[in-house]
Design a protein around this ligand. Structure first.
Ligand code: KG4
Ligand code: ZN
Length: 352
């Protein structure tokens, strides 16, 4: 079995994966969201302290699950990049101590690659080649994965990420952190009342040929609209007002994503070796509106869409354990004394 640890942001999580079957045997995650919520975002110092407190609790549970013996653990996997340095270090320190004391190899996992493997939890084989839309709090990327080792970024955000823009708009409307789920809820309420869609915000990068994402202009457009409403004496804290803004914002943000994926599919049409599997991963891939829109687009272009179960969209150690299986089979182990955490992905590529 592989014991995996995730602490790149505000989720403390440990999983145990069976090596021969890829079966997820144990998975536990303690989210810190409610604590960071009062600050309107993740406070790294607090997140780090909470990991130091929560990870050992989960480790006890994991040991209990294994009848108080780690003798069946053959490797320790840990997220080392990208993420918040001081939270990554908490998981890494635990991973090093475990690998050292159990005398088993240490496996370093890139968090973004982990999200890709959320698609294959419990499955022995991954599906490649695969194109991936990764939408999280820190990233908005289209990645092409030829196989488990060769992955490259073909589009990225020029500024904020998709998830981050939800968090910021939620803050503007005095809603809780994380913004994604709550904005989606308010947006649904507006749609349920079968309102006509009032004029939305301008769709970012509409007239550019470049395959890229941008959310800071949209975020500012929302800010300006809220300021203008306040000047007009509109109460911005009513459910009605929040629902309308959330609906307009979510619609525009998703239309932007769809327009870029469409561009990507068009480019691939001309490519003889076009890739037939598409997927959405990352915390924001839990967004139902986005899932439905991407699903429709995939259908019309003939791409097969892969989605991870909702519980594995946000950060978790199960996806880290599944990604680690690949490295375990290759014997690709990290050096206990030199392995470090890094806030950035090495090279912005995944060829680690
Ligand atoms: O992958 P994740 O758990 O953490 C990072 O690696 O960043 O993603 C968290 C992000 C947050 O920005 C959160 O607001 C966003 O994912 N998110 C959503 C939804 N659920 C979570 N964004 C839009 N719609 C959602 N339903
Ligand atoms: Zn993540």
């Amino acid at each position: 079995m592989i014991l995996s640890i995730e602490s790149s942001c505000d989720d403390s999580s440990i999983a145990i994966t069976e090596i021969s079957t890829a079966k997820l045997l144990f998975h536990r995650k303690i989210s810190q969201e409610s604590i960071h919520s009062s600050y309107g975002g993740v406070v790294p110092e607090i997140a780090s302290r909470l990991h130091a407190q929560e990870l050992p609790k989960i480790l006890y549970e994991a040991k209990n699950f294994l009848n108080n013996s780690f003798s069946s653990i053959k490797a320790i996997a840990v997220t080392t990049e990208p993420g918040l340095n001081i939270t990554l270090i908490e998981g890494l320190a635990m991973a090093k101590a475990l690998a050292f004391s159990l005398n088993v190899p240490l496996i370093s996992i890139n968090h973004l690659k982990g999200h890709i493997y959320s698609l294959f939890i419990g499955k022995i084989q991954g599906i490649f080649p695969l194109s991936v839309l990764l939408v999280s709090g820190g990233h908005t990327l289209i990645i092409e994965a030829k196989n488990s080792m060769e992955m490259s970024i073909v589009a990225k955000s020029l500024d904020d990420s998709f998830g981050e823009s939800f968090d910021k708009v939620a803050k503007m409307l005095s809603l809780t952190y994380p913004g994604g789920p709550i904005i989606e809820k308010y947006a649904e309420r507006y749609a349920e009342k079968s309102h006509q869609l009032t004029p939305t915000f301008p769709i970012p990068l509409k007239n550019t040929k470049e395959l890229a994402f941008s959310f800071s202009g949209l975020k500012n457009a929302v800010r300006m609209k809220i300021l203008q409403s306040q000047e007009e004496g509109i109460d911005i804290n009513t459910d009605e007002y929040r629902s309308e803004i959330c609906h307009q914002f979510q619609h525009t943000a998703c239309e932007h994503i769809i327009a870029q994926i469409k561009k990507y599919f068009e480019q691939k049409k001309e490519d003889k070796h076009s890739i037939g599997h598409f997927s959405i991963v990352g915390g924001a891939s839990a967004n139902t509106y986005l899932r439905n829109k991407v699903s429709e687009l995939c259908q019309s272009y003939g791409w097969n869409l892969l989605l991870a179960p909702l519980e594995f969209c946000s950060d978790n150690a199960a996806m880290i354990g599944r990604a680690a299986l690949e490295k375990y089979h290759r014997g690709d182990f990290a050096n206990l004394s030199t392995l470090q955490a890094s806030p950035r992905s090495s090279d912005g590529e995944f060829n680690d």
